[in-house]
Design a protein around this ligand. Structure first.
Ligand code: PMV
Length: 347
């Protein structure tokens, strides 16, 4: 390896799943396929500095968050490096300084694992490409997504594309359990610039880590049916992306969010991750949609925050509704305006 040192910098976005990944097998293989919108504004920006070192016996790295040492993420990164070493054999040749910042407020309850792991994976891939310059762009992004998956499953959907599928689904060309792929078909213009306003209901630490959450799907009484349902819902979305039928879109997306939470409520141990204000917001959205016929819906991650999804052409009315009726349910009135984006970029 002839490169002595240097640095790379990448930004990678968060993503919001429409069909949820919940449950996995060994080696970060998902129990069911999922699909997400890539976000645009909620991002992690990570700089990787690397310098050749004498001894190649252990991984050597410093971790900074917003320029300051951050010790508590070290075990997570150490584990990630151990997992990916067989795919990036140069990792012990260098000392790394990994300096990270997020564009969204920390402890906002927004998971930074997808954007964070994707951003680190992109940087390591840049070094891999520097060492193997003949690598194609397709291989670069595919392997980046593959590595990101080994950091955090959903991170593999934060690498490239606006609508990303992860997990094998027979009727989606190129789909794989090993990495995310851009949804291969044309997508109806109703979904152009789709908006996601994230209402911060509870900014506290997650009650259930996603590792624990995925594990709860082992021996879960409804798991097998749920995994089949994810395939069925993805099938429906394939047709919806083509037709632009927002009424059907809303049904699939809201049902997926509630099913994710239903799985947590029916596991052992069981959890309720929604807060009273989560339900207030859901009911207010349903009432508003009934009265106005505006195609706005919600989705949820494994927490209390609500993602409000709507097409760009109804933005004015929906934002007014959010300000008038939903902001009061947010912690300190906080929310984040985001929209569909394109994936990671080198900066
Ligand atoms: O990537 P993980 O292991 O943090 O799991 C994410 C799971 C959900 O956010 C709840 C759903 C998803 O598909 O993103």
């Amino acid at each position: 390896h002839s490169i002595e040192g240097g640095n790379f910098k990448w930004s990678a976005p968060s993503n919001i799943a429409l069909v949820k990944y919940w449950g996995k097998k060994d080696n970060q293989i998902p129990a069911n396929p999922s699909v997400s919108f890539t976000l645009n504004n909620c991002k992690t920006i990570t700089k990787l500095a690397f310098a050749k070192k004498e001894k190649q016996d252990v991984f050597s790295f410093d971790l900074l968050f917003e320029g300051k040492p951050k010790e508590d993420f070290k075990p997570k990164i150490q584990k990630f490096l151990e997992r990916i070493e067989i795919y990036l054999p140069f990792l012990k040749d260098y000392h790394f300084t990994i300096d990270t910042e997020n564009t969204f407020p920390h402890s906002s309850g927004i998971a930074s694992s997808a954007s964070g792991m994707a951003a680190i994976a992109m940087n390591f891939m840049s070094l891999e490409k520097a060492l193997n310059p003949s690598m194609t762009e397709e291989h670069f992004y595919q392997k980046a997504s593959f590595l990101a998956r080994l950091g955090s499953g959903s991170a593999c959907r934060s690498v490239k594309g606006s609508v990303v599928v992860w997990g094998n689904q027979d009727n989606i060309k190129g789909s794989s359990d090993l990495f995310g792929v851009e949804f291969p078909n044309a997508i109806h213009e109703s979904f152009n610039n789709f908006q996601d306003t994230i209402l911060l209901v509870d900014k506290g630490e997650k009650q259930v880590s996603s590792t624990v959450g995925h594990d709860l799907m082992h021996n879960h009484p409804y798991a097998e049916r749920r995994f089949v349902q994810a395939h069925e819902n993805l099938d429906k979305l394939i047709a919806i992306f083509e037709s632009g039928d927002l009424e059907e879109f809303i049904k699939v997306v809201e049902s997926e969010a509630l099913t994710l939470h239903a799985m947590m409520m029916t596991s052992m141990p069981y959890f309720i991750l929604m807060k009273p204000n989560t339900l207030q917001i859901i009911n207010a959205i349903w009432k508003f949609r009934n009265e106005t016929k505006i195609p706005v819906c919600f989705t949820l991650d494994a927490g209390a925050n609500v993602h409000v999804l709507y097409p760009e052409n109804v933005s004015a009315a929906v934002l007014q509704f959010i300000k008038d009726e939903l902001v009061g349910f947010c912690q300190n009135g906080q929310y984040i305006c985001d929209e569909i984006g394109n994936g990671a970029s080198s900066i």
